[in-house]
Design a protein around this ligand. Sequence first.
Ligand SMILES: C[S@@+](CC[C@H](N)C(=O)[O-])C[C@H]1O[C@@H](n2cnc3c(N)ncnc32)[C@H](O)[C@@H]1O
Length: 299
Amino acid sequence: MPEREPRPDICDYEGSDYRIRFWDGKGRDYEDRVERVALHRLLPKQGRRLLEIGAGFGRLTQEYDAYDQVILLDYSLSQLQYAQEQLGSGGRYLYVAADAYRLPFRAGVFDGATMIRVIHHISDVPAVLAQVRRVLVRDGIFILEHANKRNLKSILRYALKRQTWNPNDLEPVEFVELNFDFHPEYIRRSMTGAGFSLQRQLPVSLFRLDALKRSLPLDLLVGIDGLVQLSGLLYAPSIFIRAKAVGSSPDNLGHGSIFACPECGGDLVHEDESIFCPRDNQRWVIRDGIYDFKAAIEV
Ligand SMILES: C[S@@+](CC[C@H](N)C(=O)[O-])C[C@H]1O[C@@H](n2cnc3c(N)ncnc32)[C@H](O)[C@@H]1O
């Protein structure tokens, strides 16, 4: 095999207790609910095949029920195993353990994609956006959530000199290793450069403050957030974007396998419980219904 270029680091959730540590009973019902409100606003009424990038344990997957098929993709096999236990195998869900920098799919096999709470782990944003664009058909819809560096809290902290980085500076800020906040304009430019046209941007989760969450009823807070989302004022900690894939792309939605070699892009051959690239002589295993593209096995 020829030597490979160095690859961007991945924030590895393998074996992580993310669901228990961050969501279950952790006082984030408000964040969870307002994200679903935003998704309802942005998702098409129906679709054929949606790619959920960084699906994690499947927290939001059932929001995508308007699509005939949903492919849950995550770098963590253990997150997908949990999702599979909850959502079931076969039917409309397919599970793929793979790296968003090297999507193991043919061009133009999806008409929808989402990426929620994931791009903040991505150091090379243009590379991942190019992958997402490649696998979408023309006019395919991409819903992206990103952490917003230009939020009210960071503006205030900067003004009070309690934060060194400038929230108005367009460059991403890495506040913890492999955790980035992005300026909305940086994301807009990156998406446009990757072949997307932005249709809508919603500021989400503005009231992510423990004191507020403790003192106001959840339904009220969610209702107010829903109104703020319509304001178009992009100063909330989280921004949801609906974008359309523009320019030309092949349309492989209705025919052939969805998979392609993550290394060379060539066709793959299914063989019992594995999938094989004849060109690279590499093989990946299907583990209890989960396609595992994390590492090829010895042939
Ligand atoms: C904060 S979790 C969000 C999970 C889910 N989208 C949600 O909102 O509940 C981030 C997820 O992104 C996945 N991830 C991070 N980098 C990735 C990459 N390069 N390729 C695929 N998945 C990645 C992690 O494994 C993790 O499950």
